[in-house]
Design a protein around this ligand. Structure first.
Ligand code: AHR
Length: 530
């Protein structure tokens, strides 16, 4: 916000925010030596790929039907059948890549049922998410059109579980072959003479579970078979993503990769990591919130270890690591699901902090990752938008939406090293034998701009972060924050703007920045540097 802020001014700002009582001693008067991080703007990690901020939409609950897709005849304002408010909000957020149609749903999805005149598409039972009937009104053309409307690159998850290599191979031809083949001409007849040029193709989803209950070697063997028929059409080379484990399962990755010896390796390799919570979304206690935040340590370790495993295989270094599904998965009340669809989950201040922890990890591990997809885009799990069911007209931007907004400034910049040093809290760092979550920080730089994101995941302590800047001199800076003193605060249909991004005070000196982080907050500081 300011340059050359005096200590007194900084203290006044903190007091105005009601924070001084809980801040560590020495925060405003003298430097707080136990609160120091070092931002090494001169030590580069790697590109913050915009794809780290990608999304996932499944035919599940009201994510697609009733959420994204309301149909062209709906009384809800829509663009060609897509909920207009969702299109507008997602365009503003920027969605680099969108993965579809599942999830487990993809493991039983037959793409041919979702093309051609809508009235003639077969009705199918969604066996994974409640045995309800879908009319296939949202298929390949609708998905690609939606991606184009919001500016996202489409990513198809192909069916291995109940599908075949031929089905995937034909889907690729249907999408990408320019013209003259029966499949390409069918696409043209269905309204899209131009090929879709779909690059990302997932070879199955959760093959160890809903994707066919494979063992890792069997899944590897399936990858070999499917990859044999996935071809380049019209210059679009399919980028094939092999199916990795749930969590940090080294045995799966070894078994899968060993089975590929001597054959084509995947271009990408995906794993899933949900951060489960044992409370309903609106009833988290500080203790339960901290337990959920702690899972992120394991996520970071998983990224490092899965990367090391891939790198240990011949050309494994070239394989892009995908965190294909991630996000908080709370204990969702049945009433919410009955009212709004399966896995409809409210996003709270705690969820936004969780998003901040994840996004900070992706920056810090930028050299190891290729893409990360939050689960899921609308109405399901840690969504960025909530709608109130198929009949509703409301569309609310969740706390998670705003957390992603706060990290947008990192996209395309180069992540630089941050030594968290002694950025710690007062008092014990262990509770019930478990380490308590620690403050989280990451930074990225491009030319004259350095962006620093900080997360305070503790529900019981505010803190002042004191960051030394190395390799650059700051001229001035601005900060924004997402915070609510209630960790269960959320944006509702009645109060859609309860938790939104606010300007925040930051004290900037040429070699230093200081910022007060209230308990449960996510902040981003943008510095003009030389
Ligand atoms: O995102 C919900 C489900 O979680 C997905 O369908 C599946 O891939 C995972 O188990």
């Amino acid at each position: 916000m300011t340059t050359g802020f005096t200590r007194r001014q900084f203290a006044r700002a903190g007091a105005a925010a009601g924070l001084t009582a809980v801040l560590p001693r020495g925060a405003f008067g003298s430097p707080a030596p136990n609160r120091k991080a070092v931002i090494r703007a001169d030590v580069e990690i790697g590109l913050v790929r915009p794809e780290f901020h990608s999304h996932f939409a499944e035919h599940l609950g009201s994510c697609v039907y009733g959420g994204i897709w309301v149909g062209p005849k709906s009384p809800i304002e829509n663009v060609e059948g897509f909920r207009k408010a969702a299109v507008d909000y997602l365009k503003e957020l920027g969605v680099p890549v969108l993965r579809w149609p599942g999830g487990c749903y993809a493991d039983d999805y037959h793409w041919r049922e979702g093309i051609g005149p809508a009235a003639r598409r077969p009705k199918r039972v969604n066996i994974h998410w409640g045995n309800y009937v879908e009319d296939n009104g949202f298929g390949t053309h609708e998905f690609v059109r939606f991606c184009r409307l919001i500016g996202a690159e489409p990513y198809f998850a192909a069916n291995v579980g109940s599908g075949s290599p031929q089905e995937m191979r034909n889907w690729i031809e249907y999408c990408n072959f320019p013209s003259g083949s029966a499949l390409a001409d069918e696409r043209a007849a269905n309204g899209s003479p131009e090929p879709f040029r779909v690059k990302y193709w997932g070879v199955g989803n959760e093959l160890w579970g809903c994707g066919g209950n494979y063992r890792p070697d069997g899944a590897g063997a399936e990858f070999r078979r499917y990859a044999s028929y996935a071809r380049t059409f019209g210059g679009t080379k399919p980028y094939l993503i092999g199916c990795g484990p749930g969590g940090n399962d080294a045995k799966w990755t070894r078994g899968f990769m060993d089975a590929l010896a001597g054959s084509r390796l995947p271009d990408g390799y995906s794993f899933h990591y949900y951060e489960n919570g044992d409370h309903p979304p609106l009833e988290f206690t500080p203790h339960a919130a901290m337990a959920q935040m702690n899972i992120f340590r394991q996520v970071e370790r998983a990224i490092i270890e899965q990367r090391e495993l891939l790198d240990s295989y011949g050309n494994g270094r070239g394989i892009g690591l995908f965190l294909d599904e991630w996000g908080v998965w709370d204990r969702i009340p049945k009433a919410d699901q009955d009212r709004n669809g399966a896995l409809w989950q409210q996003s709270t201040m705690r969820s936004a902090v969780a998003a901040g922890l994840g996004l900070n990890i992706f920056n810090r591990q930028a050299d190891k990752l290729y893409m990360c997809n939050i689960a899921q885009m609308v109405n399901v799990l840690q969504s960025v938008l909530l709608t109130d069911g198929p009949a509703g007209k409301n569309c609310v931007r969740t706390t998670t939406y705003y957390a992603f907004m706060l990290f947008k400034a990192h996209r395309g910049k180069t992540a630089v090293r941050v030594d968290p040093g002694t950025l710690t809290y007062d008092g014990p760092n262990i509770l019930d034998g478990e380490p308590l979550p620690v403050p989280s920080i990451s930074a990225s730089r491009q030319g004259p701009e350095l962006v620093v994101s900080l997360v305070n995941p503790r529900a019981d302590q505010d803190m002042e972060a004191d960051c030394e800047l190395r390799g650059v001199r700051a001229k001035q800076g601005r900060a924004q924050i997402l915070h609510d003193s209630d960790l269960n605060a959320y944006n509702s249909f009645d109060h859609p703007d309860r938790v939104t991004i606010q300007p925040h005070e930051v004290a900037v000196e040429p070699g230093r920045l200081r910022i007060v982080l209230p308990a449960m907050s996510v902040a981003t500081v943008t510095l003009d540097v030389e």
